[in-house]
Design a protein around this ligand. Sequence first.
Ligand code: SF4
Length: 690
Amino acid sequence: MSESAVETHCPYCALQCGMGLRRVAGAEPVEVVERAGFPVNLGALCGKGATAAAVLRPGVRLTSPLVRSADGELRQASWAQALERIGDALTTTARTHGRDAVGVFGGGGLTNEKAYLLGKFARVVLGTSTIDYNGRFCMSSAAAAGTRAFGVDRGLPFPLADIPRAGCVVLVGGNPAETMPPFVRYLRELRENGGRLIVVDPRRTRTAESADLHLAPRPGTDLALALGLLHLAVAEGRTDERFIAERTTGWEETRAAAMAHWPEHVEAVTGVPLPQLRRAAAVFCDATSAMVLTARGPEQHAKGTDTVSAWINLCLATGNAGRPYAGYGCLTGQGNGQGGREHGQKADQLPGYRKLDDPVARAHVAAVWGVDPAALPGPGRSAYELLDALGQEVHALLVMGSNPAVSAPRSARIADRLRALDFLAVCDVVLSETAALADVVLPVTQWAEETGTLTNLEGRVILRRKAVDPPEGVRSDLEVLHRLARRLGHPDGFPTDPEEVFAELRRASAGGTADYAGISYRRIAAEDGVFWPCPSPGHPGTPRLFLERFGTEDGRARFTPVQHRPAAEEPDTEFPLRLTTGRVLSQYQSGAQTRRVPALNSAAPGPYVELHPQLAERLGVREGEPVAVVSRRGRTVSPARVSSGIRPDTVFMPFHWPGELGANAHTNPALDPVSRMPEFKVCAVRLERA
Ligand code: SF4
């Protein structure tokens, strides 16, 4: 890498690829250069990372606070005016409706320092239980199932470098060839080493095309598929009885549940032909070591937690956990999807992955914060429930690092709920669809303009360094929290220096599940990141979890007996098709940043409806012609993309676009009873020629 370049990381997904940023004189203040030495991506970047400097352009980002004036327009204002308006509104709302009427909504892209300080701000300054974040819409089902089985939720309990050394990898509902292309190297090396790749996806994606075996179940039936594979493993005597006896509990009930799912029944439910099911079971069970990796496909369902448990059960029953090159992992999505769920912006959580309803945890964190444990509010509403309560029980909202007007399920209703608020403040880099609805918008620094830590999908804590000064008029999120806290009567306890915040986070997380006590900025820089838990400065960090014991009280992994059940909304005569949603190569999440990058926007300018040729013929629709997708919640029109790679009973839309273009206009807010994850990945629709 060029000597003058700053070693840092991409602003987007959970792979957190290493990159260099070098100062240049041009439209963009820096250019992205290769950082070949960072082990996760070895210099490789996808198009999003390679063009990331474009979002630093002055014309793209906000540079002044905006305050809605009496005529309803957002107008430029000073920081003092904007902060005064927020402080007054939050105080008035709490006085009028109670503290829980003030809500806070965070994001899985916030640095660890911001997520930590935002949670502290909500509990200590606002005294509200009403805080959650958009990561609830991302990995919460995998997190709940991982905690249920292993006592610990870390996306991958092993480093990425272990993947090529497995004998078999089953990738369920993920398409890294589009969502995180540098990750594909690990799958390629797996196959070069003789390992087998099985991809489970209702679409023949770019990732599925590279697999040894592609299973294409109906959306919403991954749970049945996992039960069918476990049934076959048991029936053919391929379970690891010694591992089950020595390292697990709860097998008999799980075994009985799986045996009730006959392969023929699983074939009928999933649409996966029985020979493929048998072949997948044989490949998985024959492997010397096997991994199951899930992504949003099986997780974003009203039964997402049970579905992930079913895949974990398969791993446990076959002895594929707690040993090298084997196990269950989740491919986390957002940039800090892992760290963002560890340090207190979740409704039920305190830093270090502590539980808010645990008296010992409350006492520890309250001591770090210098407050009475009794003063800390209890658990609050989950993300969708919080957004659904806007304008009713929640009257003022502070949003940081999130764009729920696009990313939430049933997005048109959520936009209406945001409009129904007495007061909305949004901290963002650009005027996102959510910011456009706000009473006050604060322009904040972004990735290359600030320093902070993030935790990637392996549990590796990395340091994203500042490479360029922010434009005049822009402040950091930490400074926003500092100044608001001071205005609301808390002059101390909210530092603006990220390293100072991280030092406090280390103390708050010490002894917790996600223990960062031994991690420092210096160590991260010297070691290319440090894996948690790392309880002391002399501790090497923990790349591989569970080798000796699992994180449960008795050290054993727990089976959870689960049963398949239909989607919350199954097709019927009025809505006979299943809609599933996902991402495309050149856009990221709600698109707030990537839709503003010209190269990305011209590569992926808008949504489309992917449908099978048989379905297209039945409708009389040809490639590129407009098609209306109609659900119980909305109607959108986008061009048809005809593909034989999708099931004839299923249609697909990418979800990066807002309003009448948005796939999330249709998605079903039915919630998982454990994780409170909405059912993004399947709902009933019909198609009409438009
Ligand atoms: S894979 Fe993810 S982290 Fe890597 S360059 Fe692309 S968006 Fe950035």
